[in-house]
Design a protein around this ligand. Structure first.
Ligand SMILES: *Cc1c(COP(=O)(O)O)cnc(C)c1O
Length: 453
């Protein structure tokens, strides 16, 4: 019988993360202090984040970083995740391509986010912190963080984007099940939230507004650290456990990917899957193509600009060198809430700028069409975010078929969509729309990017 799934034994789960910064020909530019425009040190970052993650964020030296033993033990609750050959999808498409997916939906909270939530809470606990706070868009990160906080006896306060709180009502119940407190952002509980509501009483919220609120809480509360589920270098570092496992699993399958694809919000599942394979490209040993699938309503890689910009709407965070649509950018209320972020991670931005990877944009209806097909032939209902990766995969598979090639495609199934059924309901009822952003709109928001010499 042909093999469907490739699973690692617990002793083969990676014991180190891969820090691609050490191997990059052009290192990411440093984050800057927004007032002085001076590069930030790990000490500066540790006012907001725990010390170890602050160090990891700026580490351009060590290619391999040990995963603490306690984190390895928590990973073993659910890792390895399966690498799956998508025979069902291949047959439905009649493609000559070989399609594999790394199933990060097979985790306690149903997405890859837990891979970074666990180490972030572990380090906070080690360093004597008692509280963690964060923002969450679709709610996946908030759920993962709430669970990880509980594992380490920390209190969690989560700001959830208001619009997605309404679209995905069960996510806040999950967070509260794990003991977290949850507020819709913009809220009246922070100065940043009040300012936003004053300007725009019907603001639907965005990752940007929620980040402003969580950062404010962390900087004004002793023993409370801010945590982030995407965008930053240390988050992508933790997520490399995905790609490192996948590398071993592809070896079990006797293949190596020609194309690696993942959906793109801030870049953590994409970077997590891509970086371990990218290291062979950087050494000149392989020539894999890396494709980040972003929504056409929030196209920072394909249509944004590489600039220093704020990570949040209110301008509280350091200035980050990244592909951005402007920190004030208000993406349409698409159902892939996790992809509605104005910027791209710094490592990925640099690698895109240097031509090592690239983005493609996907319309919402194309994404859901792909997700529907995948659900029907593979039996897993994908998260709306992951549907973008599937749509990009289908495009590549069709290309391979036209060229008569056995292209090996590996994509990340970053999460399942079982708590996203209101989105599928809209699709099934014909109520989903596409939101292509005009050049004028993009240019308007890019005007808000601060000037840095
Ligand atoms: C958060 C999320 C994303 C987007 O975040 P990245 O950091 O770009 O990976 C994608 N898929 C799922 C299921 C998510 O929860």
């Amino acid at each position: 019988m042909r093999q469907k799934k490739f699973i690692l034994q617990e002793q083969d789960i990676p014991t180190q993360w891969y820090n691609i910064q050490a191997d990059m020909p052009n290192k990411p530019m440093p984050p800057l202090n927004p007032q002085t425009h001076k590069p930030l040190s790990a000490d500066d970052l540790s006012h907001i984040f725990n010390k170890e993650c602050s160090k990891q964020e700026l580490d351009t030296e060590h290619a391999w970083i040990d995963i603490p033993e306690d984190v390895q033990e928590k990973y073993a609750f659910y890792r390895s995740t399966p690498l799956v050959r998508a025979y069902g999808l291949e047959e439905a498409l009649g493609t000559t391509a070989h399609i594999y997916f790394k199933n990060e939906s097979a985790t306690p909270l149903g997405s890859h986010k837990i891979n970074s939530a666990i180490p972030q809470c572990y380090y906070c606990k080690q360093e004597g912190d008692t509280n963690v706070t964060t923002e969450t868009g679709a709610g996946q990160w908030g759920c993962a963080l709430s669970y990880a906080a509980k594992l380490y006896g920390l209190e969690a306060a989560v700001y959830q984007v208001k619009i997605t709180m309404q679209q995905k009502p069960y996510r806040s119940s999950i967070m509260r099940t794990f003991g977290a407190t949850v507020e819709g952002s913009p809220s009246m509980s922070t100065r940043a939230g009040k300012n936003i509501i004053t300007r725009d009483p019907h603001h639907p919220g965005s990752l940007g507004t929620a980040i402003s609120e969580a950062v404010e809480l962390a900087t004004t509360t002793p023993g409370c650290k801010y945590t982030l589920g995407s965008v930053l270098n240390h988050v992508a570092l933790h997520q490399t456990v995905i790609g490192l496992e996948a590398e071993k699993q592809m070896e079990m399958a006797g293949e190596y990917p020609d194309k690696v694809i993942a959906c793109f919000g801030g870049g953590s599942n994409f970077g997590g899957l891509a970086f371990p394979f990218m290291r062979h490209n950087l050494k000149g040993e392989k020539h894999t193509e890396f494709i980040a699938a972003e929504p056409e309503s929030c196209p920072k890689l394909t249509r944004g600009k590489f600039e220093y910009d704020f990570g949040d709407e209110a301008g509280y965070t350091p200035l980050l060198p990244m592909f951005t649509l402007g920190h004030d950018f208000k993406p349409a209320n698409i159902h892939a809430g996790g992809l509605r972020y104005h910027g791209a991670g710094m490592i990925i931005s640099q690698l895109v700028k240097d031509g090592y990877m690239h983005g493609v944009d996907v319309a919402q209806t194309e994404a859901f069409e792909a997700g529907m097909l995948f659900a029907r032939v593979e039996g897993i209902i994908p998260a709306p975010e992951s549907c973008h990766a599937i749509a990009a995969t289908i495009r590549e598979a069709k290309k391979a078929t036209e060229e008569g090639k056995n292209t090996v495609i590996l994509f990340c199934l970053s999460g399942h969509g079982l708590i996203d059924m209101p989105s599928y309901e809209s699709y099934l009822n014909g109520d989903l729309h596409d939101y292509r952003v005009s050049d004028e709109e993009i240019n308007k928001f890019l005007q808000t990017v601060p000037q840095v010499d």
